[in-house]
Design a binder for this molecule. Structure first.
Ligand SMILES: *[C@@H]1O[C@H](CO)[C@@H](O)[C@H](O)[C@H]1NC(C)=O
Ligand SMILES: *[C@@H]1O[C@H](CO)[C@@H](O)[C@H](O)[C@H]1NC(C)=O
Ligand SMILES: *[C@@H]1O[C@H](CO)[C@@H](O)[C@H](O)[C@H]1NC(C)=O
Ligand SMILES: *[C@@H]1O[C@H](CO)[C@@H](O)[C@H](O)[C@H]1NC(C)=O
Ligand SMILES: *[C@@H]1O[C@H](CO)[C@@H](O)[C@H](O)[C@H]1NC(C)=O
Ligand SMILES: *[C@@H]1O[C@H](CO)[C@@H](O)[C@H](O)[C@H]1NC(C)=O
Ligand SMILES: *[C@@H]1O[C@H](CO)[C@@H](O)[C@H](O)[C@H]1NC(C)=O
Ligand SMILES: *[C@@H]1O[C@H](CO)[C@@H](O)[C@H](O)[C@H]1NC(C)=O
Ligand SMILES: *[C@@H]1O[C@H](CO)[C@@H](O)[C@H](O)[C@H]1NC(C)=O
Ligand SMILES: *[C@@H]1O[C@H](CO)[C@@H](O)[C@H](O)[C@H]1NC(C)=O
Ligand SMILES: *[C@@H]1O[C@H](CO)[C@@H](O)[C@H](O)[C@H]1NC(C)=O
Length: 584
């Protein structure tokens, strides 16, 4: 009874505190018992449209950027080569032009992508050592019992070897009726029959039986958002839940993961064109509405014994929208998206790349679009990836001999449309906190980037002074502990340049890091609170310095529970008294 009334009193105080001090500080509790999910070092990956691989590997930009991520996380970003043109890819011994590949009529408008085995060799060694590769086989072409896909599998493995960790069978197969690639009977049942036949043929191939740990299969690869019926291309029963219900135990032996795709906004049709808005992208509540629809799919995948990944995604489908996809708002969105996904159990998120797509984080070559010449370069959203790398970087295990593996949870007290927050742990210890101020600030600087369309440079600006807010996190960290601060900064939500992580930028032509990281260190207060200032439209990573006391269950703290609770209550009362005094 006493406990009950104490916690009720505490709850009321928390509510009152949050309300009263809202103008000057947001109090964010970090509860001791949040349910966590793995945060993998390679949580942020890329998906490259097959017809654009040649352009990406034609310069060192992508390889340099990906290596920089690997230097931070210890593991390069995973690369999926797949997309619409995977189901239009045909393998030939040679091509009449003598080339390794040819997109017909052009990469931008390809209906057919002809390749030779040498095409796989051309990118086999491009990506940084240790990169996991996924390749999508052509499921569409079922002639001669998928003879083309069976040959693709063998040629891809011959060139890529054990870098090739997974195959996909077809891209966005829940659009196959609409594309005229399957008849109206196309369903989970017919897919599973074809999945069994094609994986069976590959498994029976000589190369497969002779390989030590041959690639498995990433099943599903669905496009339609489960909870948005008006955005579903066709009537079918495809979902990860239905798929896992139709599986047999022998199917699961070859399934390494399941994939879904998500594009929150779209230029593909007029209806959705009219709904596109940058401030809908930079809105944590909207993101939650988009990503939480995959929670049942995660549960189904987990129950079937393989994780769900967001196998292809970006801000705006049908190649992106300059002014939304290439802004600092998209960088903040990308960070929130990948971390939210991880906290929900979506283990990896693959951002789609096309050499002429407006959502691509980086583009290797110049190209013409809407009467403008876009230069090769780096868009603002790349900086979100570099920031996520810092979040997902393993913690040095020089402290308590932990494995360095991280887990993540979303913070219930940092969950409004303008504020998002995550806690990152090693074992039971809280090691990092992430806060994202998703509030829109349209600044007047960094409006242009010659790798983006100038026609979409910002023209609507926020009035007054850019607000800064204080976040007061209640942590289990020990008094006096030092905390490193890494900021993801930009001149505004609408900015296309001037974006940085810890003050560092990247050379748009080489991908090289420019500048020294600025170090900012905070100290944990006596009661475990940590205060940090965050601008509107800014991200901040707070990481306990190596060797500092993380507090938590494993740390000896004589009579801790009582005194920490006492301090905590005392702090709240002080905050309320202070606020009441201020408001009087
Ligand atoms: C074929 O290769 C030649 C020589 O490398 C190149 O000039 C040409 O653009 C290539 N054609 C296609 C369609 O890729
Ligand atoms: C190939 O797909 C077509 C179109 O859906 C279908 O009519 C045909 O039966 C399929 N062939 C096989 C072998 O599944
Ligand atoms: C694939 O289907 C064909 C035609 O029904 C059959 O002959 C073949 O044995 C099947 N292969 C596998 C591996 O299931
Ligand atoms: C799953 O299958 C059931 C029964 O066939 C169907 O009613 C339901 O719509 C399917 N779910 C999805 C998301 O398509
Ligand atoms: C994302 O959420 C917004 C807001 O609820 C909604 O308009 C949009 O259709 C969603 N997109 C998808 C693909 O779920
Ligand atoms: C590009 O220029 C042509 C010729 O001046 C013009 O007709 C067309 O409307 C322009 N397109 C765009 C997207 O501005
Ligand atoms: C850490 O993660 C790796 C890779 O996911 C895994 O193989 C290993 O078992 C994990 N270690 C622990 C102690 O959980
Ligand atoms: C965040 O808020 C949404 C409602 O907008 C809720 O469904 C979700 O569970 C909340 N997340 C956390 C971590 O509390
Ligand atoms: C964010 O989106 C939610 C859900 O659509 C909406 O209720 C809220 O007003 C939006 N927030 C802002 C600041 O626009
Ligand atoms: C594009 O901008 C970059 C700097 O971001 C600069 O190095 C390059 O010279 C510019 N290109 C042109 C054609 O102006
Ligand atoms: C910021 O600019 C975007 C377009 O770049 C616009 O959609 C949005 O309404 C603006 N928001 C504010 C608060 O000025």
């Amino acid at each position: 009874m006493t406990v009950r009334s104490t916690s009720l009193a505490a709850a009321l105080l928390v509510a009152a505190a949050a309300k009263v001090v809202a103008q000057d500080a947001t109090v964010v509790d970090v509860p001791a018992s949040l349910a966590t999910r793995p945060l993998l070092p390679d949580v942020y990956g890329y998906s490259i449209e097959p017809v654009w691989v040649d352009d990406y590997i034609s310069t060192s930009l992508a390889a340099n950027l990906l290596s920089i991520i690997a230097d931070v996380t210890g593991k390069p970003p995973p690369i999926r080569v797949g997309g619409n043109t995977a189901d239009q890819t045909f393998l030939h011994d040679t091509l009449s032009t003598g080339n390794d590949s040819v997109a017909i009529p052009t990469p931008l408008t390809a209906k057919i992508f002809n390749i030779t085995p040498a095409w796989y060799e051309s990118w086999a060694d491009y990506f940084p050592a240790g990169t996991d590769l996924i390749y999508t086989l052509n499921l569409n072409d079922n002639a001669s019992l998928w003879a083309n896909a069976v040959a693709e599998a063998e040629a891809a493995h011959a060139a890529l070897g054990d870098k090739l960790v997974l195959f996909e069978l077809g891209n966005e197969i829940d659009h196959f009726i609409n594309k005229g690639w399957r008849d109206q009977f196309w369903s989970v049942d017919t897919y599973m029959q074809q999945f069994r036949n094609l994986t069976g043929q590959i498994k029976n191939s000589e190369w497969y039986t002779k390989t030590q740990s041959p690639p498995k299969f990433q099943a599903g690869v669905f496009a339609d958002p489960p909870w948005v019926p008006d955005q579903q291309d066709e009537d079918d029963d495809f979902s990860i839940e239905n798929l896992t219900l139709a599986e047999r135990p022998e199917d699961r032996e070859v399934i390494g993961s399941y994939a879904t795709h998500l594009y929150p906004q779209s230029t593909c049709d007029t209806e959705r064109w009219l709904r596109m808005r940058l401030d809908l992208l930079s809105n944590h509540t909207v993101l939650w509405l988009n990503v939480s629809q995959y929670a049942p799919q995660v549960a189904a995948a987990d129950a079937a014994g393989a994780p769900l990944v967001m196998g292809e995604t970006n801000s705006v489908s049908c190649s992106g929208k300059s002014g939304i996809s290439d802004t600092f708002g998209a960088a903040l969105w990308g960070v929130d998206y990948v971390l939210m996904g991880a906290a929900l159990g979506i283990q990896k998120t693959y951002f789609h790349l096309g050499a002429q797509s407006q959502y691509s984080a980086f583009t290797p070559k110049p190209y013409e679009l809407k009467n403008e010449t876009l230069e090769p370069g780096i868009r603002a959203n790349w900086y979100g990836h570099y920031f996520v790398a810092k979040v997902a970087a393993p913690v040095n295990s020089d402290g308590e001999g932990s494995s360095g593996n991280l887990t993540i949870a979303a913070l219930p007290a940092a969950n409004t449309s303008e504020l998002s927050g995550y806690a990152v742990y090693t074992g039971a210890d809280l090691h990092k906190l992430v806060f994202l101020n998703m509030g829109v600030w349209n600044g007047t600087e960094g409006l242009s980037n010659n790798a983006t369309l100038s026609a979409t440079d910002g023209t609507s600006f926020s009035e007054g002074e850019r607000p800064t807010s204080t976040i007061r996190a209640a942590t289990p960290w020990c008094s006096g502990a030092a905390v490193d601060v890494t900021r993801l900064t930009g001149p505004g939500t609408n900015a296309k340049s001037g974006v940085a992580v810890a003050g560092v930028t990247f050379d748009p032509s080489t991908g090289d890091k420019v500048g020294e990281e600025t170090t900012e260190t905070l100290e944990v207060a006596g009661d475990g609170t940590l205060e940090v200032e965050v601008k509107r439209a800014e991200g901040v990573l707070l990481a306990l310095k190596a060797g500092e006391c993380a507090g938590g269950a494993e740390v000896e703290t004589s009579g801790a529970a009582g005194s920490v609770m006492g301090l905590w209550m005392g702090r709240l009362i002080a905050v309320i008294v202070g606020a009441v005094l201020v408001s009087l």
